[in-house]
Design a protein around this ligand. Structure first.
Ligand SMILES: [Cu+2]
Length: 66
């Protein structure tokens, strides 16, 4: 398992936190959002997922990943 810290723009409330954490869950990753730091810490299996796939999943929810 690997962990990556992503900088994400546009998250403002619990709704954002939930939609990102839920979307990551659906692809088999587990994410923890830090609203104040505008970051998402994602724990994932690097044999199944890439950082690029994690970014796309978050972007599909309407947020910008730096
Ligand atoms: Cu929100």
């Amino acid at each position: 398992m690997a962990t990556v810290q992503l900088q994400v723009e546009g998250m403002s409330c619990n709704h954002c936190v939930n939609s990102i954490e839920r979307a990551l869950q659906t692809i088999g990753a587990s994410g923890k959002v830090d609203l104040a730091a505008k970051s998402v810490s994602v724990h994932y299996d690097e044999s199944k997922l890439t950082v690029e796939a994690l970014k796309e999943t978050i972007e599909e929810q309407g947020y910008d990943v730096k």
